[in-house]
Ligand binder design. Structure first.
Ligand SMILES: NC(=O)c1ccc[n+]([C@@H]2O[C@H](COP(=O)([O-])OP(=O)(O)OC[C@H]3O[C@@H](n4cnc5c(N)ncnc54)[C@H](O)[C@@H]3O)[C@@H](O)[C@H]2O)c1
Ligand SMILES: NC(=O)c1ccc[n+]([C@@H]2O[C@H](COP(=O)([O-])OP(=O)(O)OC[C@H]3O[C@@H](n4cnc5c(N)ncnc54)[C@H](O)[C@@H]3O)[C@@H](O)[C@H]2O)c1
Lengths: 207, 207
């Protein structure tokens, strides 16, 4: 079993390889890739060794070949179908996030409880009633849920998502939601970063 | 000097204390607070000791008193003025984020380069031209910038923000931007979490 930390670093390597390829670099040494990410070159080589040989010649890895290999491993090349639960301010912003399609993520359906939103189409995506989630998740092959409902509704909607058989959830609410062992949930919270920045800006201005 | 890691934990303690106070808890032991956050009770006591005595009696900390003290230290009680740079999908969603006002953050001004947006008012906030940033940041006392412009414009707009004397930046772009030593930047990126979730959901379905 490959450690989560290695998978997380793979997505960092992909991000950096995309930047390198945009800059026109054709070859990269593990030590250069490591330097750009503040990592140890041995760690980079160890991570990549989990997945076999990448034809590393004396002069380094081929940028586009390594990017294609790692994208395949991360599943960036296949369509990862996403369902967005909660079509409010944040849900609508995520609908337009260009970073999804570039990484092989495809928003397949939207879910809400607001009658004014149910049945509408936004940027080509259909908004369904939460009560239809089980049928739509199955029909569309949705594997990942994005939770963007108000904090108070977080656990209830999470239970609906779990009832649809979804095992991977990206949680934007500020609530700590309970999930069974075999489900992976990752929460996005930037308020602790904001509070740290506020503390820093105050200590700066007091000179 | 208090370590960043301690300040970050303070904001975790505040979050938990708010939940406790909503649940009607009046007193909390450091070991209970630690358990709720998967931390070591000694770490909690050590963090709090940086800031003096909180009247810890044998029976624990007073929830509302500790919350008020920590909020004061984090500056949650004072108005932290924010400027949002880039009034696109994400910028507009952030404008409505209820989590700002509850933590003492106040969006003071918006900045964009799109003529259709400049001069407009959204949810009571005025959108200014980026070229007026220096004057408006000073007039409004903006201390924190939120960067929500397209990736390609990230470094240019960052240079404008630094030119306004702002030292704290929350970066939502996917670009790695360069800032001087005395400036703090924190980036928000959930795509690595999304790729990990996609990898997990694929390994699950191949059962
Ligand atoms: N707006 C932001 O920038 C932002 C940033 C970070 C986190 N968040 C978090 O994201 C969540 C959504 O925030 P928002 O600003 O979009 O709120 P919002 O109120 O604009 O949107 C919430 C949406 O969820 C829908 N909804 C309510 N109950 C539901 C239920 N039981 N099932 C399905 N849909 C339901 C509502 O109809 C609405 O469309 C919140 O938990 C918030 O803390 C928001
Ligand atoms: N949409 C999302 O859910 C989301 C999520 C995470 C991160 N992001 C990141 O946030 C940023 C904004 O994304 P978006 O979806 O809101 O894009 P968008 O294209 O909807 O909005 C960009 C806004 O920035 C303005 N702008 C362009 N150049 C500018 C400049 N030089 N100075 C000031 N304003 C300028 C545009 O006029 C527009 O209003 C991107 O970097 C993106 O990667 C977006």
């Amino acid at each position: 079993k490959i450690p989560d930390a290695t998978i997380k670093r793979l997505s960092l390597y992909c991000k950096e390889l995309r930047v390198l390829s945009n800059e026109g670099m054709e070859v990269v040494l593990s030590k250069d890739l490591a330097n750009r990410l503040d990592l140890n070159p041995t760690q980079v080589r160890k991570d990549l060794s989990y997945f076999g040989k990448f034809g590393r010649r004396k002069r380094g890895y081929d940028v586009s070949e390594l990017l294609a290999n790692l994208s395949e491993i991360l599943g960036i090349t296949t369509d990862n179908k996403i369902g967005i639960f909660g079509l409010g301010n944040l849900g609508r912003a995520l609908l337009n996030f260009k970073g999804f399609s570039v990484r092989g993520f495809y928003v397949a359906a939207l879910f809400d409880v607001d009658p004014a939103k149910i049945g509408s189409t936004l940027f080509g995506k259909q908004c369904y009633a939460l009560s239809d989630a089980q049928e739509i998740v199955k029909k569309e092959g949705i594997k990942i849920a994005v939770l963007a409902v108000p904090d108070g509704a977080a656990q209830d909607v999470m239970d609906v998502i779990l009832g649809c058989g979804i095992k991977s959830i990206l949680n934007f609410t500020q609530r700590h939601v309970v999930v069974p062992e075999d489900v992976m949930i990752r929460s996005v919270d930037f308020t602790d970063k904001l509070e740290l920045l506020a503390y820093f800006s105050r200590s700066k201005s007091n000179g």
